[in-house]
Unconditional design. Structure first.
Length: 278
């Protein structure tokens, strides 16, 4: 394992890549959107030239060296191989052909990273499955819990898919992170709440909003995580690591709470699993 290496699978606008670079890590950043790759190469040329950053233009899949149709959304956070995700709210913009690569193949080439961030808009579990090929895995890893198209409904078992994949790979400690606020969700906590109707309730919501802004800021590096970032990772995350069975309960509770208060937005539950091994 290379303790100074991070793989950013789904770099988007380099919201997380830049944070990793500022922390002194070497970073392999991957994205299927050629325009985002070109912008990253231009903007972060100094890091590339000194060997700290490598940017790759691939769609991560379960096969190497094939061409796949990739869907570009007006909301680039929703770029995906899955057209239903890219076309949320009618935002699908164009379809392009992109070469594929397995995440496991990237790791075999560049080395096992200390941390691997996976954010592939519906293809996270596909990338996870390829890691079964590896003899050694990242110490820390993160992956979206789910990513749905507009109006899509999944079963309870399907909501557990990425957690189960992480567990099957051997990860046994977990944290569930709300991606809008980068808050670590706990079992004995009411995080997703109804809209407040009283002045006191509105004040409390405002105060919570201010706290969440602070949670997006790294004082040591003078870095603010933009919306769309995966944020802190590893032991920098607040909150306790929980075992697999507790993690299932944490997900079920907070997912239920979210959809009780947000009945119309099928794809709005936006959380990451962070995982490690003992």
């Amino acid at each position: 394992m290379e303790n100074k290496l991070i793989i950013d699978a789904g770099m988007h606008l380099c919201e997380d890549t830049l944070y990793y670079l500022k922390k002194g890590f070497k970073v392999i950043s991957i994205d299927a959107d050629k325009n985002l790759v070109e912008k990253a190469v231009e903007k972060h040329a100094d890091y590339i030239n000194n060997g700290q950053l490598v940017v790759l233009n691939y769609a991560l899949s379960d096969v190497d060296n094939e061409e796949v149709q990739f869907n570009i959304s007006k909301e680039t956070l929703w770029n995906s191989i899955n057209a239903e995700i890219s076309d949320r709210n009618g935002n699908l913009q164009e379809k392009v052909s992109v070469p594929t690569q397995k995440l496991s193949s990237v790791i075999k080439k560049f080395g096992v990273p200390y941390y691997c961030k996976i954010d592939l808009e519906g293809y996270d579990n596909t990338a996870l499955q390829t890691l079964k090929e590896l003899e050694e895995l990242p110490c820390f890893i993160s992956v979206e819990t789910e990513c749905l198209g507009e109006g899509q409904v999944i079963t309870e078992e399907e909501t557990l898919q990425t957690l189960n994949s992480l567990y099957e790979l051997g990860y046994n400690k977990f944290k569930l992170v709300d991606q809008r606020t980068l808050s670590v969700l706990q079992l004995n906590q009411k995080f997703y709440k109804d809209q407040p109707t009283t002045q006191l309730g509105k004040l409390n919501k405002y105060l919570a909003y201010r706290v969440n802004l602070i949670s997006r800021y790294d004082l040591k590096l003078n870095y603010t995580f933009p919306i769309g970032s995966s944020g802190y990772f590893g032991d920098d995350l607040k909150g306790e690591w929980v075992d697999y069975h507790t993690a299932r309960k944490v997900l079920g509770k907070h997912r239920d709470d979210y959809f009780k208060t947000n009945k119309t937005l099928s794809f709005g539950f936006w959380c990451d699993w962070h995982a490690k091994k003992d």
